[in-house]
Design a protein around this ligand. Structure first.
Ligand code: M6R
Length: 608
């Protein structure tokens, strides 16, 4: 998704801007650009290729003040003219993440006032608005503040003016932005990773903040326009670039990192003899004692993790749990309950819909909040009272893999600790679960050993247009996740159903050309599932079954069996996810798609 980098320094900032953009590439983008101030003029370079291409095009460009951007198209197709920065009268340059909702109205007004638009973006209205206020003799800071007051929507912006080489203005509302504090130089970025080569001293901006960056100082103004101080923090993130090593794609690497990622996430618990609420934060014990229900808010794969957790929380901890797609919840009139723990789940911690859903929950009076997140310094972590960090390490592939399974591990810990708090867990059960958690990484490793067989199986999918995924109970969300992975990276249309629902409609789709993939754990619903699989076979559907040991589902004409090494009880969804990730990966290889950067998608979805 869109990324911003800006710098004001005593040295040429172009290499800093380019390296920053390169470090944001994994988030997904379709064009990139930069603008610097040089001898009273703006130099603008834009490209629809990779940042490396922008870098080549910028060989002659230099300046000590500049802004740069990677764009993920929302308004207007990916093209050079729609790439940021956007200029007004060759005088004001703006980069923007987010969406301006009233841009059409502003565009009409500005056009009537003589401004000429050269792009289809919503961002260009910001450049012209700032220019209109600047042309009246206001400073760049005041002109930007005046422009922002007219915007409806979400933004993180950077603004520079050709005739003011001493100032970079930035602001945020609804999109992340942070400052980097250097020695006689300052930076701005939408993600801390962009700034790590130049500084670790960062200031996370708050909603409505507007900042004036000079070389030696900066001033922050809050949403009411009052000058405020914000804490400078030292980022703990690792600066090491993520190497592919022996792997062909980040997705493949990240699938294989799951045993270690799970071990890291579970480390503190597995090394102790008992489960304690403190792993969620100092206030966790008091919070857990006060709640009577859970509300999980998330998007995409993280939402699927929440759906698995609902089964665990209700079955093991005996606590009511509902799970909502964040983008729906945020606009729904719901009935708040102050005794509900609101759990937001996110790999990035920056997903706009999840952030907005959290704000909506808080505005409704929900005070108990918990973030399960993979990025320690992200917005969601900072906005919640309690947190549990998954320790999956940076996830670069757009398709979420190790983030998902570590989210499940974190949610299982939440389940066990709530079960214990609520008197639903005996000491013996606690020790048994701890034992199973310690065993989990090696169980996952054994499933990874199925890779060559799955790669072979994937060949059968290369010419398919559609696929159905089936699961039941605890594993229905895993079927959903398998379908999402397949459609996301192989572009094969895939749907998931609880197997019992087949006969209520989707069975009509089944014929010899429809592959039906089923998750078949050896659990209480196995016999029911087997009947559902018969329904498919009877209609000529080709079955691909990931079956636990002792399920007695046998390979036959039209039935392909992948034997899972063991049944992991309540932790089974984690094991059953792995082959579906591998299947999607190898089908995508067959189809020759861009596995790590699938078309139209972004890693961090920071717009609504
Ligand atoms: O960063 P988040 O976990 O909040 O992201 C939510 C979804 O955008 C994300 O899980 C998406 O569905 C994945 N690309 C799926 O693989």
């Amino acid at each position: 998704m869109c990324g911003i980098v800006g710098a004001i320094a005593q040295r040429n900032v172009v290499p800093i801007l380019l390296e920053g953009l390169q470090r944001l590439e994994y988030r997904g983008y379709d064009s990139a650009g930069l603008a610097v101030v040089n001898s009273g003029q703006l130099q603008l370079v834009r490209s629809t290729g990779r940042v490396a291409e922008l870098s080549e095009k910028s060989a002659e460009t230099q300046g000590q003040l500049g802004i740069a951007h990677t764009r993920w198209a929302t308004h207007g197709v990916p093209s050079e003219r729609n790439a940021h920065p956007h200029l007004s009268n060759d005088h004001i340059a703006v980069v923007h993440n987010g969406i301006i909702e009233n841009y059409e109205e502003l565009r009409s007004r500005l056009t009537a006032g003589g401004y000429v638009f050269t792009s289809d973006t919503d961002t260009e209205v910001i450049a012209h608005l700032v220019h209109s206020h600047y042309a009246r003799g206001n400073s760049l800071l005041v002109a930007t503040q005046a422009a922002l007051a007219e915007l409806v929507g979400a933004y993180a912006i950077g603004v520079i003016a050709a005739d003011d080489p001493e100032r970079l203005i930035c602001a945020r509302r609804g999109s992340p932005l942070l400052l980097g504090v250097g020695i006689e130089e300052h930076f701005v970025a939408s993600d801390v990773s962009a700034l790590l080569p130049v500084t670790r001293q960062v200031v996370y901006l708050e909603e409505g903040d507007v900042v004036e960056l000079l070389r030696r100082s900066y001033r922050i103004f809050d949403a009411s326009g009052k000058q405020v101080e914000r804490t400078v923090q030292t980022s703990e993130l690792s600066n090491e670039s993520v190497e592919l090593g022996q792997y062909r794609h980040y997705m493949q690497k990240e699938i294989h990192e799951q045993p270690q990622a799970l071990a890291n996430t579970l480390e503190s618990v597995c090394n102790s003899q008992s489960l304690v609420p403190g792993i969620f934060g100092a206030e966790a014990a008091a919070t857990f004692a006060d709640i009577d229900s859970i509300l999980i808010l998330a998007c995409g794969t993280s939402h699927h993790a929440g759906l698995v957790a609902r089964y665990w929380l209700e079955a093991i901890a005996g606590i009511r749990c509902s799970v909502e797609i964040a983008s729906e919840y945020r606009y729904r009139a719901s009935v708040p309950n102050p005794k509900t723990l609101v759990v937001v789940i996110s790999q990035s911690g920056e997903t706009a819909d999840t952030q907005a859903a959290l704000s909506h929950a808080k505005a409704q009076g929900h005070g108990h909040t918990l973030a399960i997140c993979n990025v320690p310094e992200s917005a969601l972590v900072r906005l919640c009272k309690l947190r549990l960090l998954t320790r999956a390490g940076p996830e670069i592939g757009v398709a979420s893999t190790k983030a998902f399974t570590t989210q499940l591990a974190a949610l299982f810990l939440l389940t066990l600790i709530l079960a214990k708090t609520r008197g639903h867990l005996t000491g013996q059960q606690e020790q048994q679960y701890l034992h199973e958690l310690r065993h989990l990484p090696s169980a996952v490793q054994k499933v990874l050993d199925l890779e060559p067989q799955i790669a072979k199986l994937a060949e059968r999918f290369a010419n398919k247009q559609h696929a159905l995924f089936l699961g039941r109970g605890l594993h229905y969300p895993i079927a959903l996740e398998g379908a999402l992975k397949l459609k996301e990276i192989s572009y094969i249309h895939a749907e998931a159903y609880p197997a019992g629902e087949l006969k209520h409609g989707p069975l009509a789709l089944v014929d010899k050309d429809m592959p039906v993939i089923s998750v078949a754990p050896n659990d209480a619903l196995l016999e029911k599932l087997k009947s559902n699989l018969q329904e498919v076979r009877a209609r000529g559907g080709e079955l691909y079954v990931f079956a636990d040991a002792d399920t007695h589902i046998h390979a036959a004409d039209g039935i392909h069996i992948m034997q899972m090494p063991e049944h992991a009880g309540y932790l089974s969804p984690i094991l059953h996810t792995i082959p579906l990730q591998l299947l999607a990966y190898y089908v995508a290889l067959q189809k020759g798609t861009d596995v790590d950067k699938p078309r139209n998608l972004a890693k961090s979805v920071t717009v609504e």
